[in-house]
Structure formats: structure tokens, C-alpha cells
Design a protein. Structure first.
Length: 371
């Protein structure tokens, strides 16, 4: 495993960490104590393999992910750099809600101090304005002074301008950004060309000595879906592609099982470096994805009609890869389907990838109900 210094924090982090949202995709959050034990087993093994940073959030499984991490902290605190975050600012006007969220995270994680704590998904200029002017980020600064957290920052899907503002005015130690092969051709929610992530945002982060951790190297799992030919992009190579960007300090792919883990940690080993031909192949492959590839982040929810948008988007993505009749059956088994969409477009305002969700709902209904 290769290690890099996480900017001004001085922490030495494994280039591959683990993201705990992957446990939810494997159903562990719904399995109570048994799920927590399974998370503990996977995290223990990750540490044995040289991983030393774990990315979690209070919202993952309503605190279940943090509980899984907490079981490991009881016995191996010094082996781990914990990165956690809260989105409590989103539905609140009261900064005290951040203090409460932090206290709850400390309890679930069974620690006195969290190494890195962030405000989660601060993406639009308005969101940044709210967390700064509304006093939410100030709570993190205070917690840092008190020693409850060591370093602070944001996770964001924001544009160059938003990240620049955070760096210049926010007193930021660590930023978490989404980055994967698709960034080479996609646009962000404000229409910005995401190539800017690697060409402008990353150099700026380096210039200011900010730590950089990367989320979504697998595009929320969408990049690994198999095509009609049964072939898909290798998760290991996708993670390695991100690691090979020298601006990236660590990448935290979601892992759900021991098998995922064993495969993905190899990306931290130079022996798996991508050749220039492989990189060219990957960037070519990325072009086959359409503009509206859903990354399964769930930020579009809740839909006032209770439409399970990410599930329907996933069926559409799979359909684009292979027209499998099973997908029609899955769609028809949904309790609430895309025909319930009233085109209010509330979801579209929240989608960090500017996906035209209401149009996608119409498409889903035509494809799956009309077949
Ligand atoms: S546009 Fe449709 S899917 Fe989106 S929030 Fe409104 S009703 Fe839900
Ligand atoms: S539609 Fe957008 S916000 Fe919703 S899950 Fe997909 S990528 Fe995320």
C-alpha cells in the first residue's frame, strides 16, 4: 500500500481507504447487530491490508455505518484516521443541530475526537452561503478548538468557484470531491465542464495545502455495470485510475464485502498501475455513457410523490447496457412507479449532476410500462 501526506493535516493516509456507504448496498444496514459485526470484520481486514482511513457519515444507514466503525475503534483506535460528516445543516436553521450531530457521531464511533469532520454535500453557492452565514461551519471551528475534531472541511460536488470560495474563506483542512473517469467529459449541475476538476480545482487545492480525499471513483457503482457483451470496467482499474492522479491523496471507494475489499485495495499497489494504453482505453470507454448517468447518490430524494428515483434511474442505466426483460419485471414490482411524477422538478434542483430526472421518469414509463 502506498501512503501520501494529506495536505496541511500532516496525516499519512493510505492512497486507498474505504467508504462505508458500500455496506448499505450489501444490505448490512438493515441487518442490525449481525450487519454491524460484518462491517467490523471487513474494516478489520482492511486495516490488516494497510488501509488507514475510513470515510463515513452520520447519514449512512442512519448512523449504522458509524456504529460499525465504532466497534473497530474500541480496539484499534490508533490504526485509523476517521473521516465523518453531517448533513444536519440542510434541513436546519439552527447551528446547534450540528453540535448535536457531532456528539451523536462521537458516541457511535466510540471516540473522544474525530480526525476529520466535514459538512456534507455543500455544493451550490447558496448552500455555502448558508453554512457560513448561518453559523453552521463555525460550530466545526469551535469543535476543532475544543479538540472534539482535529481537522475540518466540506464534502462537495460544487463548481470551481464554490471550491475556490471554500478554500479562500472557509479555513478548510480537508475537502472531499467526487472524481472518476467520467469527469473528463461531464458537466456539473451549473453547467461547468468537470475537466476543470482535474485541471483547475486540484491544482488550487494543492496550492493552498488542503488535504484531498476522493469519493465516487466507481460513479456510485454505475461505471461497473456490465454491457450487453457481458463486459464491464474493472473496479480495481477504476480506483487505480483515480489513485494515479498525483493531486489525489486518498480515494475511498465503497466496499460492501470482504471480496470487494480484497479486490479494491490492490489499487494502492504500484504493481497495478495503468499503462498509458489502458488510460486511453478507459477514457474512450467513458464516452459510451450518456449525459444522464445516475450515480445513485440519492440527493434527489425525497420526491413529494415518493417515487424511488435512484432505483428507477438504475433500471434505466441497466436497460441502456442490456435490454433484459427482468428489468421490466423489477419495474412493475415497484410500489410507486415513474407515472406518479408530476414534473415538479424539485429533484432536479438537488441532483449534483444536473440530470433531467422528470424527463427520465417519462422515459422509464414508456420503456418499462409500454413494453
Ligand atoms: S419531478 Fe417527478 S420525480 Fe422529481 S420530485 Fe417532482 S414528482 Fe418527484
Ligand atoms: S438522479 Fe442525481 S441525485 Fe438522484 S441518485 Fe441519481 S445522480 Fe444522485
Amino acid at each position: 500500500m502506498e501512503y501520501r501526506v494529506l495536505g496541511r493535516t500532516g496525516l499519512k493516509v493510505s492512497v486507498v481507504g474505504i467508504g462505508t456507504l458500500g455496506f448499505g448496498r450489501e444490505g448490512l444496514f438493515a441487518r442490525g447487530k449481525e450487519g454491524i459485526q460484518e462491517m467490523e470484520r471487513v474494516i478489520d481486514r482492511a486495516l490488516d491490508l494497510g488501509v488507514n482511513i475510513i470515510d463515513t457519515a452520520c447519514s449512512y444507514g442512519n448512523g449504522m455505518a458509524e456504529q460499525g466503525v465504532g466497534e473497530v475503534m474500541k480496539k484499534r483506535r490508533s490504526d485509523v484516521i476517521i473521516l465523518s460528516r453531517t448533513h444536519a445543516w440542510q434541513k436546519s436553521e439552527n447551528p446547534e443541530d450540528i453540535e448535536i450531530a457531532l456528539e451523536e457521531s462521537l458516541q457511535r464511533l466510540q471516540v473522544d475526537s474525530i480526525d476529520i469532520y466535514q459538512l456534507h454535500d455543500v455544493t451550490s453557492p447558496e448552500a455555502y452561503q448558508k453554512v457560513v452565514e448561518g453559523g453552521f461551519y463555525e460550530v466545526l471551528k469551535k469543535a476543532k478548538r475544543q479538540g472534539k475534531v482535529k481537522f475540518i472541511g466540506f464534502s462537495t460536488h460544487g463548481s470551481f468557484e464554490v471550491v475556490k470560495k471554500m478554500i479562500e474563506t472557509g479555513d478548510v483542512d480537508v475537502l472531499t470531491l467526487a472524481y472518476n473517469i467520467l469527469q473528463q467529459k461531464r458537466v456539473a449541475s451549473d453547467g461547468e465542464d468537470l475537466k476543470i476538476t482535474s485541471q483547475r480545482v486540484f491544482p488550487l487545492i494543492k496550492k493552498f495545502g488542503i488535504g484531498l480525499t476522493v469519493m465516487k471513483p466507481l460513479g456510485g457503482g454505475a461505471l461497473t455495470l456490465k454491457g450487453a457483451d457481458g463486459k464491464g470496467l474493472s473496479p480495481l482499474k477504476l480506483v487505480r485510475y483515480v489513485v494515479q492522479n498525483p493531486y489525489v491523496h486518498t480515494v475511498t471507494p465503497g466496499v460492501g464485502t470482504l471480496a470487494h475489499l480484497e479486490e479494491l485495495v490492490k489499487a494502492g499497489d504500484r504493481a497495478y498501475a495503468l499503462t498509458p494504453e489502458e488510460i486511453r482505453y478507459f477514457e474512450e470507454e467513458a464516452k459510451r455513457w450518456g449525459k444522464d448517468l445516475c450515480r445513485q447518490c440519492g440527493y434527489c430524494l425525497p420526491c413529494p410523490q415518493n417515487i424511488p428515483i435512484p432505483s428507477i434511474m438504475r433500471l434505466l442505466t441497466k436497460w441502456q447496457q442490456k435490454k433484459d426483460k427482468e428489468l421490466i419485471k423489477n419495474y412493475r414490482n415497484l410500489e410507486i412507479k415513474a407515472d406518479a411524477c408530476v414534473e415538479c422538478r424539485k429533484c432536479e434542483k438537488r441532483c449534483p449532476y444536473n440530470i433531467r430526472i422528470s424527463q427520465k421518469m417519462r422515459e422509464a414509463e414508456q420503456i418499462f410500462a409500454g413494453e
